[in-house]
Write a protein of this length. Structure first.
Length: 177
């Protein structure tokens, strides 16, 4: 969670300071989040210490991490604040659908195309690309409008989250029948 908070701050600061290291910090933070989350789960299972309370404490930091990264991405250079908040809401909703399905008696449903690791991959790829390219390469021109690469990434995450929610709902409903 702390890694993602730092990543989100680094992303947000890219809009006011052109330091390439900020993009790399953001990419590293997103990947550290995934690594720590994976190791935490593996250790809990391997040691036989997995518990319902552990599941609760695993979920809350994940939602804070999503919010930190996507809100930061909205404020990033080339980002869109509204899309950052929408991506945050949909990432939380994606996890909510999985949790609601489990509460109803279905198995945990982690399908994508925009599950946690996929969302972080989009942010990581944009951050690494932005760290090694000039700002002029980080925009796409449509007609006479320019769209920042981070805005495009947030739009991909949003569309992917909507598809993920629909897929999860369908799979959960099938499992509950």
């Amino acid at each position: 969670m702390c890694a993602c908070i730092v990543a989100g701050i680094a992303l947000g600061v890219t809009s006011v300071a052109d330091y390439r290291i900020l993009w790399l910090i953001a990419a590293l933070g997103a990947q550290l989040r995934l690594t720590a989350n994976m190791l935490d789960g593996m250790v809990a299972l391997a040691s036989g210490r997995a518990s319902k309370v552990g599941e609760l404490y695993n979920e809350i930091p994940d939602r804070v991490s999503d919010a930190a990264v996507f809100i930061g991405a909205g404020f990033a250079w080339g980002g869109n604040i509204a899309l950052g908040y929408i991506a945050t809401i949909l990432a939380v909703f994606t996890a909510y659908v999985r949790a609601a399905g489990k509460i109803a008696g279905a198995p945990n449903e982690f399908c994508g195309p925009m599950a946690k690791q996929h969302r972080m991959l989009v942010i990581t790829m944009i951050a690494v690309y932005s760290a090694v390219t000039p700002p002029s390469w980080q925009t796409i021109t449509f007609n006479d409008s320019q769209i920042g690469l981070m805005t495009l990434g947030l739009a991909v995450i949003i569309v992917g989250c909507v598809i993920t929610v629909i897929r999860r709902l369908c799979r959960i409903a099938r499992a509950l029948k």
